[in-house]
Ligand binder design. Structure first.
Ligand code: CA
Length: 229
């Protein structure tokens, strides 16, 4: 089945350009001009990825992203934000609200498709048998879910990849650059601060299970995942 991508964008010219690019990339585009239309599109079928405009009528893309991250239905759907030039300074707040990546307008079809591919690759399970346990934490690779004991721990797609990497490489220190290479892939231009943002989100997800200390900051070096908290 073709991957369905929801475009939430109120400017028809950009919407059409994006839809054209998506069809070329063999994705199935679905349009929404505002939050209400987006909601009904999601209710009809949960998309495989959402392209979300930063500024929408009546609501900011950030607020929508936050809402979708809290919603069981959309929690794990990757979100790429479409921003105008000048808005990129707010990228970190976007990443904190659960966005997975950014594309700055004007962008080419090629750039957009490259980003989509990278985010999709990140959110897909690496390996169907990628189950791993460290201490009380367990990743069920087939179900693509994280558990602390018997309690499910909801994490976003990037945090899942990060945690999976950590758990399969426990007790070793990785620099931000190494983590970027492993989790994001070398061909994507992401700032090192992005790693910190996702580490923060991962710790927050582990906090209710009191396992956030498994993700350790190693001063002057980077991060380590450890069974001993
Ligand atoms: Ca807009």
């Amino acid at each position: 089945m073709q991957k369905r991508i929801l475009i939430v964008e109120d400017e028809p010219a950009i919407r059409d350009m994006v839809a054209f690019a998506l069809r070329k990339g063999e994705y199935e585009p679905v349009h929404a001009g505002d939050a209400r239309e987006a909601q009904s599109a999601i209710a009809e079928r949960v998309p495989d990825l959402i392209l979300l405009d930063w500024m929408l009528p009546g609501i900011s893309g950030l607020e929508l992203a936050r809402r979708w991250r809290r919603d069981e239905l959309t929690r794990e759907v990757p979100i790429i934000m479409l921003t105008a030039r000048g808005e990129e300074n707010d990228r970190v707040s976007g990443l904190e609200s659960g966005v997975d990546d950014y594309v700055v307008k004007p962008f080419s079809a090629r750039e957009l498709l490259a980003r989509i591919k990278a985010v999709m690759r990140r959110s897909r399970e690496d390996d169907p048998d990628g189950s791993v346990s460290v201490g009380q934490l367990r990743i069920d690779g087939a179900a693509h879910r994280v558990f602390a004991g018997s309690t499910a721990v909801p994490v976003g797609p990037t945090e899942y990849r990060l945690l999976h990497f950590f758990m399969t490489h426990a007790e070793r220190v990785y620099t931000r650059t190494q983590l970027l290479d492993h989790i994001w892939g070398g061909n994507v231009y992401v700032e090192e601060r992005t790693v910190d943002v996702h580490i923060r989100r991962l710790r927050k997800a582990l906090e209710p299970a009191l396992l956030d200390n498994m993700v350790q900051t190693v001063r002057g070096a980077g991060y380590r995942f450890s069974a001993s908290t």
